[in-house]
Design a protein around this ligand. Structure first.
Ligand code: DGJ
Length: 677
């Protein structure tokens, strides 16, 4: 047994496997050091265990850790074996009576992302009921400020900060999906950390079911971040020989604030769950027609979409048998022949004739009590249909309905040339003890469809963005970020979701002038600038747009197509702004020769002269010409800054990052797009 030291991209992981395996350091690169010195061994305080406290990979009471353990009621595990395969460490531990074996994998990716998971196997003769199995990692004492997220429908990933005091800050998801209030990331950092400053340590659990994620500072001294599946009593029963594997804990350290987390996560996600590029510009019919499906109207919408340059036309909810509103028909996955007497063929032919791909909305995990499926298979409904409905629907027991769903979806994908499924999930489960098997069955179903129809892309949608996580990501190609297309709300939702998820995976749509969810009126330029950066689309009845609006939209799509190779491969940066009403974010090409930035005003600036526009992340020694693009924002100023009046300015990257350019005086809810080359 030895001390292992993994290093990658400025991160070190030190794992001591002498005695009981223990992570001694996860954080900045330590360089090439001799790790045999007892540098990590603490003193023994009074009124404590009589040996130095050492947190194992599976911390427990038995080793003196009175914080939350890795296994509730677990005993001390002893390390039996450890080995090294490239950048992965594999550690085998056993319970004192040898009836439980845990194999832990720790992988440090080339981008410096650490992934950890455990697999527990029952090596005894009796069934084991597993109460919990979590992954914990130590963080240093200076990481004393927390950031995590909460939210509600159409307001996902709302940030919340708090000091980490003695005790646990623990977030739980019991929705059977991550939920609108999903903690998403648990970030602990130096007080005052921002996008560009401060050391931060963050964890995310790659899992789409129930989970808990926490930070704990113990009066014993150590602090930890932890996460695992939230198991209901009796949910995991292991027969002799049976195993349970935790989801991956994804852990990221950054020495330079939250942007440093994205600098590791985005390249890693792009390398391990690659998308087919370029991402097509989408038109989704939901806010254009809702349930009013009519071939003539949808045909005209398809024509209008093609005219402005849309590449994928997605028919949302309302196409299947009996689905005239949200109160019925989920489960009856055949095309409604009263609305579509010739099936979807005439619409798809028209979409194809206009050079677009066709996509379709489905919600396979759900069932309406008023549906043929519910009448034929009442025993497939979770809970036997007890408890309240939610959006008038119930959840299918996927372990029972699995074959049926695979057959129905396969039939649709075989009959119709469908390039894309928007896969929705519009309610919480509200049935204790099923989230694990439902989530596993969902993953199996998605994998089976991907196998059988590899060309079909899938979008993960859950009443907007209630299922955005790295567990489902390898099985999908897009996330629906939120049901709100209001650009003011979207600025914040996209900014925070984008810490973890690269922009090209996040759907962002241009909505109506009066946002359907909030009723707020927004300028077209602000809406366009907000939807530019991600997987762009439109969710608006274009047949009602004015010729000028259509011309602006067509120009925007052309600009998006020109810029998307940069937007969807570059480095995402966000400036720390001294004025919360003034945001700057951008994307910089990997060679730093080209960038697009947005100056966004959420409200009235705090001073007559707002802070200068600083452009983080540029090459300090390169010269950039900065020029405005897109629809000019509304301003209120007697004179614009001269550089903007001149139409462009050329300055060194160092100046643009450190000093910045005087900002024009944008009125609230406006955006100025700037291209740097
Ligand atoms: C919720 C989704 O988030 C919306 O985009 C839309 O697809 C509706 N469901 C359809 O019922």
């Amino acid at each position: 047994m030895t001390v292992f030291h993994l290093r990658a991209a400025g991160v070190s992981l030190v794992l001591d496997t002498r005695g009981t395996a223990s992570v001694l350091h996860w954080g900045p690169d330590l360089g090439d050091i001799d790790l045999s010195a007892p540098a990590f061994v603490p003193a023994v305080p009074p009124s404590s265990i009589d040996v130095p406290l050492r947190l194992s990979l599976l911390p427990s009471l038995a080793e003196g850790w009175s914080g939350r353990p890795a296994i509730e009621n677990g005993h001390g595990f002893r390390t039996a074996e450890a080995h090294h395969q490239d950048q992965t460490l594999v550690v085998r531990s056993a319970s004192p009576d040898a009836t439980q074996e845990v194999v832990t994998e720790l992988e440090l990716t080339p981008q410096g992302v650490l992934r950890v998971r455990h697999r527990l196997t029952n090596r005894g003769d009796h069934e084991i009921v597993l109460p919990s199995l979590d992954v914990l990692l130590p963080i240093p004492a200076e990481a004393s400020e927390l950031l995590d997220f909460t939210g509600l429908w159409s307001h996902e990933r709302s940030p919340q900060r708090a000091p980490l005091r003695h005790g646990i800050w623990s977030r739980e998801s019991r929705h059977g999906r991550p939920g609108h209030d999903d903690a998403f990331l648990m970030v602990a950092g130096e007080p005052g950390f921002g996008f560009r400053r401060g050391r931060v340590w963050a964890v995310h659990l790659a899992w789409s079911g129930d989970k808990r994620i926490w930070a704990e500072r113990s009066a014993l001294g150590p602090s930890v971040l932890g996460a695992g599946e939230l198991l209901a009593p009796g949910e995991i029963r292991l027969a002799p020989g049976g195993s349970y594997e935790t989801p991956w804990l994804v852990a990221v350290f950054s020495g330079s604030g939250l942007d440093g987390l994205s600098d590791r996560l985005h390249p890693w996600i792009r390398a391990t769950s690659p998308l087919s590029l370029p991402r097509p510009v989408v038109l989704n019919t939901w806010e254009a027609v809702y349930f009013h499906h009519d071939l003539t109207v949808l045909g005209q919408l398809a024509d209008a979409a093609a005219e402005v340059g849309v590449e994928r036309f997605v028919l949302d909810d309302g196409w299947f048998t009996g689905r005239r509103d949200d109160r019925r028909a989920l489960g009856d996955w055949s095309v409604d022949d009263t609305v579509w007497p010739d099936g979807l063929h005439p619409l798809i032919s028209r979409v194809h004739a206009r050079g677009m791909e066709f996509g379709l909305w489905v919600e396979p995990e759900m069932i309406s009590p008023d549906s043929r499926l519910a009448r034929d298979h009442p025993d497939w409904i979770l809970d036997g249909g007890a408890g309240p409905t939610w959006r008038w629907q119930r959840t299918l027991d996927l372990t029972r309905a699995y074959d049926h769903l695979l057959e129905r979806l396969s039939a649709l994908l075989s009959e119709y040339p469908i390039a894309f499924l928007k896969w929705d999930h519009n309610r919480d489960l509200l049935t204790p003890g099923v989230a694990h098997r439902q989530t596993r069955a969902l993953y199996r179903l998605l994998a089976a469809l991907k196998d059988a129809f590899p060309h079909v892309e899938i979008e993960s949608c859950a009443s907007g963005g209630a299922r955005i996580d790295l567990g489902i990501l390898p099985l999908v190609d897009r996330f629906w970020t939120s049901d709100t297309n209001d650009p003011l709300d979207r600025q914040s939702i996209q900014r925070w979701t984008g810490i973890l998820v690269p922009p090209e995976y996040l759907g962002g749509h241009l909505g109506d002038g009066v946002a359907h969810v909030t009723g707020r009126t927004s300028a077209l330029g602000f809406r366009l600038a907000t939807a530019l950066f991600g997987s762009a689309g439109i969710e608006w009845n274009l047949t009602r747009a004015s010729p000028q609006e259509k011309a602006d939209i067509a120009a925007w799509i052309a600009e998006h197509k020109r810029l998307r190779p940069l937007l969807h491969s570059g480095r995402v940066v966000r400036a720390d702004s001294p004025d919360p009403a003034h945001l700057v974010h951008g994307v910089i090409a990997p060679d730093r020769a080209h960038a697009v930035f947005a100056l966004v005003t959420l409200g009235t600036p705090a001073a007559a002269l707002p802070p200068p526009i600083r452009f983080p992340g540029l090459d300090p020694d390169r010269s950039y010409t900065v020029r405005p693009i897109g629809v000019p924002p509304r301003t209120m100023q007697d004179a614009p800054p001269p550089w903007l009046a001149a139409g462009e300015v050329t300055l060194p990257g160092r100046f643009l990052s450190e000093v910045g350019l005087p900002a024009p005086l944008l009125t609230p809810e406006q955006a100025l797009l700037l291209e740097l080359a």
